[in-house]
Write a protein that binds this ligand. Structure first.
Ligand SMILES: Cc1cc2nc3c(=O)[nH]c(=O)nc-3n(C[C@H](O)[C@H](O)[C@H](O)COP(=O)(O)O)c2cc1C
Length: 246
C-alpha cells in the first residue's frame, strides 16, 4: 500500500469521546469550518449549514436530545451540521423563480453535502491534534434540536460533531474486510458468506479484548438486532414538516 501523511491520518481514524480541559481556539474553529466549506457539492448547491455550539447549557440540552450522550456536553466545541435549502429558496424567490425541492433527490443531496462537510471538518481537526466523534443521535429529536438552534424551514439537522483534544486513545475498531465491500468490475455476492464469517471472528475478538472477556458480540448479530425494528421513523415526519418530500 502507498503512504502519505494524509493517508496515515485517514487510516488512523478512531472516534474520540473523551477530551482534555484544553479549549479549542477561535482560530482552530475557523480552520475546521473553513475546511468543511471546501467540501465538493453536487451542482454546487452547498445545501448545508454548520452551527458552532460552545455554550455549556446549549451543549447540555443537545446532549440530552441526543439520547444523553455526555460527550456532547463535555466536548469543548460541538458542531451541528444541517442540510439547508433555506437560502436556496430565498435566492430562487429573489430571482422570481418558483422554488422546487420536493423530491427525495434534494434530501439525499443535502444529507450528502452535510456528510462531506462533516468528514472534512473531522479530518481537519485531527490534523491539528484534536479528535472527535460524529453524532447521529441528534436525529433522535430533530424537532427539539431545531427549536433550540432556531433552524428555519427547509433545513434539518443531519449530524453533530464533537471536537476536542483527546483524553483517550482507543483501539481502532476493525472494518469489514475489503472483499466484503469492494468489488472489481462487477458486484460479487459469492464472497459474502466467507467474508462476513471472518469479520464476525475479528469483531468477536475485538469486543472480548476491549471488555476483558466480558462482551460476547459479533458484527452480524449487532446488525441483525439493529435492523429488527424501525429506526427513527420520526425523521421523515420532521423532514416533511420542514418543507421537503411534499
Ligand atoms: C453519521 C454518524 C453518526 C454517528 N452517531 C454517533 C452517535 O450518535 N454516538 C456515538 O457515540 N457515535 C456515533 N457515531 C460513531 C460511530 O459509532 C463510529 O464511527 C463507528 O462505531 C466506528 O467506530 P470508529 O469511528 O471509532 O472507527 C456516528 C458516526 C457517524 C458516521
Amino acid at each position: 500500500m502507498e503512504h502519505s501523511e494524509m493517508i496515515d491520518l485517514i487510516q488512523s481514524h478512531r472516534s474520540i469521546r473523551a477530551y482534555t480541559e484544553q479549549e479549542v481556539s477561535e482560530s482552530a474553529i475557523e480552520t475546521i469550518v473553513t475546511s468543511g466549506r471546501w467540501a465538493p457539492s453536487s451542482h454546487h448547491v452547498q445545501a448545508y449549514s454548520i452551527i458552532v455550539v460552545r455554550d455549556k447549557d446549549r451543549k447540555k440540552q443537545l446532549a440530552a436530545y441526543a439520547g444523553n450522550q455526555k460527550y456532547v456536553e463535555t466536548c469543548p466545541v460541538f458542531f451541528v451540521i444541517c442540510a439547508d435549502y433555506y437560502r436556496l429558496k430565498y435566492t430562487s424567490e429573489k430571482c422570481g423563480q418558483p422554488f422546487e425541492a420536493s423530491e427525495l433527490e434534494q434530501v439525499i443531496v443535502g444529507a450528502v453535502d452535510a456528510a462531506l462537510v462533516a468528514e472534512n471538518m473531522l479530518l481537519a481537526a485531527r490534523s491539528l491534534g484534536m479528535g472527535g466523534v460524529m453524532i447521529g443521535g441528534i436525529r433522535n429529536n430533530q424537532e427539539a434540536v431545531a427549536k433550540l438552534l432556531d433552524l428555519p424551514e427547509y433545513t434539518f439537522p443531519v449530524m453533530g460533531l464533537c471536537v476536542g483534544y483527546p483524553a483517550q486513545q482507543p483501539e481502532q475498531k476493525p472494518r469489514l474486510p475489503e472483499r466484503a465491500v469492494v468489488h472489481y468490475e462487477k458486484y460479487d455476492t459469492s464472497v459474502m458468506d466467507e467474508a462476513l464469517a471472518s469479520y464476525d471472528e475479528i469483531t468477536e475478538r475485538y469486543y472480548q479484548s476491549r471488555s476483558e472477556g466480558k462482551r460476547q458480540d459479533k458484527w452480524s448479530q449487532q446488525m441483525a438486532n439493529y435492523f429488527a425494528k424501525p429506526n427513527r421513523p420520526e425523521v421523515e415526519v420532521f423532514i416533511r414538516k420542514q418543507g421537503f418530500l411534499k
